[in-house]
Design a protein around this ligand. Structure first.
Ligand code: G3P
Ligand code: CA
Length: 287
């Protein structure tokens, strides 16, 4: 009887050890899974502050964004500025195309008040009168070792924007290991790749229905880019696993709910763009 009890206890002990290894293993795997999910503060923490202002970028860093995401437009006098739209109308009190205005004219605009009107729940008096920053000002403010995720927007209407972007990256000695350059335009990315093959590039993709990517498309993208940034809406697990298994990074945009963030992480994405970097940070911490 005693012998039987001993045997039973040793079986139970072995079970506890195996279970404990399994649990720790799972925890380690879970930690590993979240470790490399890049948190890209989309236009800064643009859910809480006026997009593409220094304030929004600072908030992105404070809320645990790993990258500052910057969209570029070019002024009439050839200055690269941070702005999503080709027109001034939505995010400033100005009107018309960026390309038809000098930097001096754009610097007189208010890039914050629109946010207070559009999002009264997040409005702050200090947002009134915020200025549109130049890329140079951003580099000076956040320094050469910040992680920037920079998009060449509308490169077809700004010939030379790639050369100017690279000139500033080199002028301010920006750490290229922590820099990603993104575009919907494969031509623009190929110009960047030609100019400096050491740059890490992300091909943005926009799907209007169920996302599908062929081996041929992946092979072509890998000739110049290290990853893709698809809109998250129509993605599925098979798509993401196919791309990740090919060795490309996958950074979907723009993901603003914790449920969707969790699902995309479970499917294997390596990062994502969000207007709410604090929410992604919570998901990564299992909160
Ligand atoms: O750059 C990723 C994502 O920002 C692309 O969409 O229109 O927000 O620049 P958009
Ligand atoms: Ca963008």
């Amino acid at each position: 009887m005693l012998e039987l009890k001993r045997k039973w206890l040793s079986v139970l002990g072995a079970f506890v050890i195996v279970a404990s290894f399994a649990t720790n293993g799972e925890t380690a795997m879970a930690k590993e899974k979240y470790k490399y999910v890049e948190n890209v503060a989309h236009r800064g923490a643009s859910g809480y502050a006026p997009e593409h202002t220094i304030t929004s970028y600072q908030m992105g860093e404070k809320l645990h964004g790993d990258y500052i995401e910057i969209d570029l437009q070019m002024t009439k006098d050839g200055q690269l500025i941070a702005m999503h739209d080709e027109k001034l109308d939505r995010t400033t009190d100005g009107t018309g195309l960026v390309k038809d205005h000098t930097l001096d004219e754009i610097k007189h605009l208010d890039a914050g008040s629109w946010f207070n009107e559009a999002y009264p729940q997040y409005a702050k008096p200090e947002y009134v009168g915020l200025k549109v920053p130049t890329l140079e000002e951003i580099f000076l403010k956040f320094g050469k070792n910040a992680s920037y995720y920079i998009e060449t927007k509308s490169p077809n209407i700004y010939p030379g924007m790639e050369e100017e972007l690279l000139r500033l990256i080199n002028k301010y000695n920006i750490n290229k290991k922590k820099l990603l350059v993104q575009s919907f335009s494969a031509d623009s990315l190929k110009i960047m790749h030609e100019l400096d093959p050491s740059l890490k590039l992300i091909q943005l993709l926009s799907y209007k229905g169920n996302a599908v990517i062929t081996e041929d498309e992946i092979t072509k993208i890998k000739e110049y880019a290290i990853g893709i940034g698809p809109n998250h809406t129509y993605l599925n697990k098979e798509y993401i696993q196919k791309v990740v298994n090919s060795g490309l990074e996958v950074h979907p945009y723009t993901v603003n709910t914790k449920e969707r963030m969790q699902q995309l992480i479970d499917w294997g994405v390596t990062g994502m763009f969000t207007n709410f970097p604090d929410l992604l940070n919570q998901v990564k911490k299992g909160k």
